[in-house]
Design a protein around this ligand. Sequence first.
Ligand code: ATP
Ligand code: MG
Length: 404
Amino acid sequence: MRGRLGGENKPGVQSGMRVSRLELFDFRNYDQVHIEPAAGLNVFVGANAQGKTNLLEAVCALATTKSVRAGRDNEMVRFGAEACRIVAAVVKETGSGDTLLEMAIGAGTPQSTAERKLVKINHGKQPRIADLIGHLNAVFFSSLDLDIVRGDPSERRRFLDYEIAQVSPAYLIAYAQFRKALEQRNRLLKDIRFGSVSADALDTWTEQIIRHGARLMERRRSYITQLAQHADTVQRSITDGAETLTVEYCPSFVIPEGAVSEGDIAEAFRAALTAVRRDELARGSTLLGPQRDDLLFRVGSDAATATDVRLYGSQGQQRTVALALRLAERRLLEEMVGEPPVVLLDDVLSDLDERRRKEVLALSLTGGQQTFLTVTEAEALPEEARNAATIWEVKAGVVTRRGE
Ligand code: ATP
Ligand code: MG
């Protein structure tokens, strides 16, 4: 079965990018940590609540500038500290030498939603936070991935935003601008409803959400088109050809057939907003746009008869889809950036059956790709993986290499 997912174990396969050094300061439950992860499989072993997930979150934060967990980024600052800092040296197979990445996040005040963030590359302060994008790529497999399939649409949007932000600084910037414009527009809609402002004031913000929103939607749609192909291939592979998987982008308004460019989507968005203007004024909120996007996953023996796995899928099928999405994401990232990303596996092995476990571990045991895997007991790992791994023990925010 090995190597079926894209020939990971072919001779001469790329081992991909890796984090050769990771330092954390006042990050979550870590006061200060300095580790030098190995090139291949790194296993982080520890009891619950010791900081295993936090460590992976730090790597993800450098890949996306954001926290992978819900909530605000300043939650990553250790309780009582003023700011946290994540530093990593990244070695790319396609690059020369290592790049030193650094992100600092200020705790801010409880009242303020603005977080002070700072990004440095090779010690140089960058003008934009988004400048961090592209230096490190990571795929985060989590035991919570089932929520992408089973949870609210917001989980699926978060999945999408995370993935696209990692390859597109323009997306990250458009996202921030869209959120800001949407907030303003919603506030204004409420004021108009209460009669304190005239409805004419809305136009500026309508144009803003159309402009940034159309950019987000265009990127989301084209990303999904690419992801869908990989997801189907992976699904067939995991199920031995028994199941196909279709992934569809479902916006909150109809985009006409053939409308593909950002401009086309903007036009459809404008028309749709005009049609619901009266409703929006009555309800005091923006009713259409990327903040209402969803994804549909259909599974079946063929694409024509496949059904919505969220509604009709068994638990096992839903789990397989969640895994297929992450494996697909990993392949797509490799295709987009030209080398395999770092693979982060958080607490996933216990949820997988033998077959899927092998499928996931094959990623890290072949080709020497860098993998960070968390477990509560090293014994949970197959012997083959344990022998190949560098094992780290995580205890109350202290990380030590086993055997040292
Ligand atoms: P599990 O095996 O249960 O998944 P884990 O080792 O992955 O555990 P983490 O999720 O990394 O544990 O969290 C470790 C601890 O970090 C938790 O006890 C949590 O209270 C603490 N923590 C989270 N955020 C902060 C913060 N901002 N400041 C200080 N501690 C924090
Ligand atoms: Mg955890």
